[in-house]
Structures are given as structure tokens and as C-alpha cells.
Design a protein around this ligand. Structure first.
Ligand code: DMJ
Length: 645
């Protein structure tokens, strides 16, 4: 019965609640709450109030408009740091949606950039928390603007944008151009500064740093906003002269010319490295003379050329590595009487040209003697040379290591280029070059696993090593240049394969920038093709890959090479650009979170890297035509000699 009676009583109770009982119970509850509140100690009450306030703030912050306001307040505070930020320290995790055809805001672009980071999500969120190295290295928002719609346009030389997509895209998917929202059309047309302009902008940024903190000195140290001296000859300024002329940066060029005219003197008691000062200073002055016709640069070239000549006063005629250009004395490095093979065989283009211009044969004679001797030497492996040569005996030393990387690289480059410079008449250069390329194929070429990337390794005392320097990435360009000049077509095939490998050396890294040295995996079952040792993770802003991209694009017209170069430029902007001016080499291409600035902008970044990028994006292939000019190993174009000479 109890069970039967319960429903009744409930029913009665509920009826009561619907009238006044419910209100009474509410009132009772309020009273009991108040009683309980009064019973709490002061500390307990304060704690409870604090929790309630906290909950209220969290609730408000999750409401988008308020959140936006709060974030802008915090970012505003962080943005006031010493002229060194462009990215908020606590960037938003997600970008706000952009309406179709609406221009993204700069803050949205920086958010997208973060979410585009390579690497697993955990790395990305770590990066977002730490804000990357934004206190030191700036973000390039305009570059990002370009990236947003880069496929919408084709760039002609010196910056004119030819709009391609608008006419064709609509037709492709059956839509008429008018079907697109009006603002979308504007987006791709108006927001796209060209890739050429992006290179000019990068140059100007690098130059600003050099001008502000290192003017007239050898190299900019962009982080410490100072400079370093190597020879004390304004190395970056001279290396960059012809780049400024090529990029059309008239004002910058004029300022630099004034410095050369009024400040540059080679009458200095300094030791300089023969190779480095030949390719950067002599080469830079000669090419600037050719491009501008300004005799100032020829006079300076003659001055430095003649001051370098004492280097050849050796027992063997193989030059010493160092010369004192003020005293007229030369010597090998303190610890050895050896010179580096690449160094003594990669000064020929410049000294030969100096003889042609001055009609003084001693320059050409001195460098030709070196080539003749190296041609005859024993100790080569199928045309491949060792890395050292003795200035007393004239023989190769430390034999047994064969590489196309450091200390041997430009020997091969200059064999081909001397042949081209001289009008393809000096057969010995061609024979040595062809033999060496066969030697590369036979001894150094292998494929990686799992992707089968073709790479150039090294041989050390009969053992193959799958090590490849970034320096070797000059080779695709040189092979392509040879094929363009009538050498076997399979050189071009190999050039394309190696170009792909060099590109992979960039995109497989977390920063999208290549390390100095990689090791390829060759055993089956490898999960990745490329390994990088901790000591090899740095990037010095080197040019070799973009140099080769330039040659490959000129000869194949395949736009993918331009796109690869564009990616590389964007990554230089992302990880190496310093907001107060300049670019810095970095310590670790595998850590986008902290690439570790090395505080140095090498002169070849302006002399070579940016120049080759500019020429890569240029559609005017008659400008610095590869049938009229040959680039020295520091990217200074020198004329191919006319047939009569
Ligand atoms: C430059 O000085 C020259 O390109 C040289 O041939 C190799 N090293 C640097 C650039 O990496």
C-alpha cells in the first residue's frame, strides 16, 4: 500500500508547488544562501569572490569582440620593444576568417605564416608560444602579401606585372571573368608586387643594415649592429656594386661609387687572400666597369690586380694563398706551404680579362701557368683533383680525397668557363672538364633512399662517403651551361636531377633553408633521404642553389625553377632577415623555433644570392645574356671575348 499511496502524496505536493510553495522554497533557498554566506569567514568570502570574478573575465574573453580588444591591448605593449619587432609575441592561434575576395589584414597574414610552419603541430604551438626569434628577426609582411596570390601573375623584367589568371582561370572552370566578385579581381591585380620588386626590397633592406652599421667595412654584423673586417677594403660594398646596377638601384649605386672614388685605397699594409680578393674585388670591379663603362672601376681593378701579383713569386709558380697588398710580399698560411686547389685555379677568368683590357700579358701568363701545371699533374682520379697543392714542389698533397665541395669546387667551374670566355678555342680546358664530369659520374654519383635523389658524394682513400656540401649545388648550373654550349645532352639531364636534389636540401629542412652539409641515406629501408649532423646545420646565405636555378630557368624556361627560388627567398625573409637592417647567417636550419642568428651577413649574399634571384625572376633573357657574359665564381659577369681575339 505504501507504494500505492506515494504517487498521491507527490501529486498533491506538486500541485502546491505550482502555486505558492515553489516561490516559498525559492525564498527559503535565498535566505539559506545568505545565511551560509554570513557564516563564511572573511578569507573564504574573498576567495569565493575572486573565483567568481575570474570566471566572469574568462567568459567575457571568450566572446570574440572583447577578446580581440584584450589581445590588441597586450600586443600593443609588446610591440613597443626597441625597433625590433614585427610579430606579436603571443600571436593568435587561429586567423580570423577572410571573406572571399577580401584583403587579409597584416595580422592575419602573420597568423597564417605561423600556421604554415613546417614540422609537427607540437613544434608549431611551441613556436607560437615563444614567438620565434621575433625580437631579433623581423617578419616580411609584404613578402607574405605577395605569397598570398603569387600564382595569379607573371612578372616581366624590372617589375611589370602581367596578369594571366584573370583571363584564363574563368574560362577553365566555365566562369566568365565578370562572374568573380569585383574585389577578388582587385586582390590579384593590385596587391601583387612582383618578385623582382621583392628582391629589390630584400637588397635595400640588406643595404640599409650595411649602410647604417658597417659602411665602408667588410661585413655587416646585423644583430650587434656593427661590422667585421677581413681585409679592411669595403668587401661588401665592392661585391655589391654590379648587383645594384643590375637591380636598377641607382641611388644606392651612386653612393657606393662615391665611396670607391673617394675612400677606397689598396695602398694598405694588409694581408689579403689571393682567391677571395680576386673573385670578389677584382671580379667585382671588372664587371662593374663593363656594365657601366666607368673608367674609375677599371683603374681600381688595375690597382688591385697588380698588387696581387707577388703571390705568384713562388718556386713552383703555384701562388701563395696570401698577399700583403701594401708591402708587396706574399706567403702561405702560417701552418703550411700548401695552397688550396680551387683557390689557385679559380682566379683565371679575372686575370685573363685584366690582361685583355690592359694589354699587359703578365696577368694572363701567371694564371695560365697554374692551369698548365695542374693539367699535367699526377694524382687525379679520372679527372678529379685532390684538395691541396704545394707551392714549393707544385705537386698535389694530402691526396686521396675527391670532392666537388669545398677546396675543389670552382676548379671544375673555371675549366668550363675559361673555355667559354675564350670563345671555345682552348681545347685543354674542354678536355679536362669533360674528363672530370665523367669522373664525377663514375666515382661520385649515387642515389639516395627512399626517394632516389641523385647526389654527388665524396671519395676518401677509396671509400665512398654520401656527404654533399651545399657548395656542390653550383654543379647543376655549370652542367646546364655546358650543355647550352654544345656539350653532351646528358649533362643537362644530370643538371636537372641534381637541381631537384639541391632543392630538396632546402624543403626537407624545417626552415626551408639548406644546411651547409648533408649526408644522404643509401641503405634500403631508410625513412628519410637526407640527414644533417649537428655541426653542419648552419646556413651562411650561400648562393649556389639559386645560382643553378637561374641557369636552369634560362635554358629550360620551366617556371618551377622560379617558384623554387621564390620559396627560398621567402624563407630567407622569414628566418634570416633582421628588422633593424641586414640579413644574418643562422646556426640551425632544423629549428624554426630558434634558428640561432650568427650575426654575420656575408658579402656574397649581396654579390651573388640576391643577384641570381633577381636574374632568375627576370623574363628578359637578353639582359646579361649567357651568350655574351660568363659569370665568375662570385657572380660577377665578365664578357665572353669576341671571336677576333
Ligand atoms: C663564394 O665566395 C663563391 O661562390 C665561391 O666560389 C664559393 N663560396 C662563396 C659562396 O658560397
Amino acid at each position: 500500500m505504501q507504494a500505492a499511496g506515494r504517487p498521491d502524496s507527490v501529486s498533491i505536493h506538486l500541485t502546491g508547488a505550482q502555486s505558492g510553495d515553489y516561490n516559498n522554497s525559492k525564498q527559503r533557498r535565498r535566505q539559506s544562501c545568505w545565511r551560509r554566506w554570513k557564516q563564511l569567514s572573511r578569507l573564504q568570502r574573498s576567495l569565493l569572490l575572486f573565483v567568481l570574478v575570474l570566471l566572469f573575465i574568462c567568459g567575457m574573453a571568450s566572446y570574440p569582440t572583447v577578446a580581440k580588444h584584450l589581445r590588441s591591448l597586450t600586443e600593443g605593449e609588446q610591440d613597443t620593444g626597441r625597433s625590433v619587432r614585427l610579430m606579436p609575441l603571443n600571436p593568435h592561434v587561429l586567423p580570423e576568417p577572410v571573406q572571399q575576395g577580401q584583403q587579409p589584414l597584416p595580422e592575419q597574414l602573420s597568423q597564417r605564416k605561423l600556421s604554415n610552419k613546417r614540422g609537427p603541430p607540437v613544434l608549431q604551438s611551441r613556436l607560437q608560444k615563444k614567438g620565434n626569434i621575433s625580437n631579433i628577426i623581423s617578419e616580411d609582411k609584404t613578402a607574405e602579401l605577395r605569397k598570398e596570390g603569387e600564382r595569379d601573375s607573371v612578372n616581366s623584367w624590372r617589375g611589370a606585372v602581367i596578369d594571366t589568371d584573370q583571363a584564363t582561370e574563368g574560362a577553365k572552370d566555365g566562369k566568365n571573368k565578370q562572374d568573380l566578385p569585383d574585389n577578388q579581381v582587385k586582390h590579384s591585380k593590385d596587391l601583387e608586387p612582383s618578385r623582382l620588386e621583392a628582391v629589390q626590397e630584400a637588397f635595400r633592406h640588406a643595404w640599409k643594415g650595411y649602410k647604417d652599421y658597417a659602411w665602408g667595412h667588410d661585413e655587416l654584423r646585423p644583430i650587434s649592429r656593427s661590422y667585421s673586417e677581413w681585409f679592411g677594403l669595403g668587401l661588401t660594398l665592392i661585391d655589391a656594386l654590379d648587383t645594384m646596377w643590375i637591380l636598377g638601384l641607382k641611388q644606392e649605386f651612386e653612393e657606393a661609387r662615391t665611396w670607391v672614388a673617394t675612400e677606397l685605397t689598396f695602398n694598405k699594409n694588409v694581408d689579403v687572400n689571393l682567391f677571395e680578393s680576386t673573385i670578389r674585388i677584382l671580379g667585382g670591379l671588372l664587371s662593374t666597369y663593363h656594365l657601366t663603362g666607368d673608367s674609375l672601376f677599371l683603374d681600381k681593378a688595375k690597382d688591385i690586380g697588380s698588387r696581387l701579383m707577388p703571390a705568384f713569386n713562388t718556386q713552383s709558380k703555384i701562388p701563395y694563398s696570401d698577399v700583403n697588398i701594401g708591402k708587396g710580399t706574399a706567403h702561405p698560411p702560417r701552418w703550411t706551404s700548401d695552397s688550396t686547389v680551387a683557390e689557385v685555379t679559380s682566379i683565371q677568368l679575372e686575370f685573363r680579362e685584366l690582361s685583355r683590357l690592359t694589354q699587359e700579358p703578365q696577368y694572363q701568363a701567371a694564371v695560365a701557368e697554374v692551369m698548365n701545371q695542374v693539367h699535367k699533374l699526377d694524382g687525379k682520379l679520372d679527372g678529379l683533383v685532390p684538395m691541396f697543392i704545394n707551392t714549393n714542389s707544385g705537386q698535389f698533397t694530402h691526396q686521396g680525397i675527391y670532392t666537388l665541395g669545398a677546396r675543389a669546387d670552382s676548379y671544375y667551374e673555371y675549366l668550363l668557363k675559361q673555355w667559354i670566355q675564350g670563345g671555345k678555342k682552348e681545347d685543354q680546358f674542354l678536355e679536362d672538364y669533360l674528363q672530370a664530369i665523367e669522373g664525377v659520374k663514375k666515382n661520385l654519383l649515387q642515389k639516395s633512399s627512399p626517394k632516389g635523389l641523385v647526389f654527388v658524394g665524396e671519395v676518401s682513400h677509396g671509400q665512398f662517403s654520401p656527404k654533399m656540401d651545399h657548395l656542390v649545388c653550383f654543379l647543376p648550373g655549370t652542367l646546364a651551361l655546358g650543355a647550352h654550349n654544345g656539350l653532351p645532352a646528358d649533362h643537362m639531364d644530370l643538371a636537372k636531377e641534381l637541381m631537384q636534389t639541391c632543392y630538396q636540401m632546402y624543403i626537407q629542412m624545417e626552415t626551408g633553408l639548406s644546411p651547409e652539409i648533408v649526408h644522404f641515406n643509401m641503405h634500403q629501408g631508410s625513412t628519410r633521404d637526407i640527414d644533417v649532423k649537428p655541426a653542419d646545420r648552419h646556413n651562411l646565405l650561400r648562393p649556389e642553389t639559386v645560382e643553378s636555378l637561374f641557369y636552369l630557368y634560362r635554358f629550360t624556361k620551366d617556371r618551377k625553377y622560379q617558384d623554387w627560388g621564390w620559396e627560398i627567398l621567402l624563407n630567407f625573409n622569414k628566418y634570416t632577415k633582421v628588422s633593424s637592417g641586414g640579413y644574418t647567417s643562422i646556426n640551425n636550419v632544423c629549428d624554426p623555433d630558434y634558428p640561432g642568428p650568427r650575426d654575420k651577413m656575408e658579402s656574397f649574399f649581396l654579390g651573388e644570392t640576391l643577384k641570381y634571384l633577381y636574374l632568375l625572376f627576370s623574363e628578359d633573357h637578353d639582359f646579361i645574356s649567357l651568350d655574351k657574359y660568363v659569370f665568375n665564381t662570385e657572380a660577377h659577369p665578365l664578357p665572353i671575348w669576341p671571336p677576333t681575339e
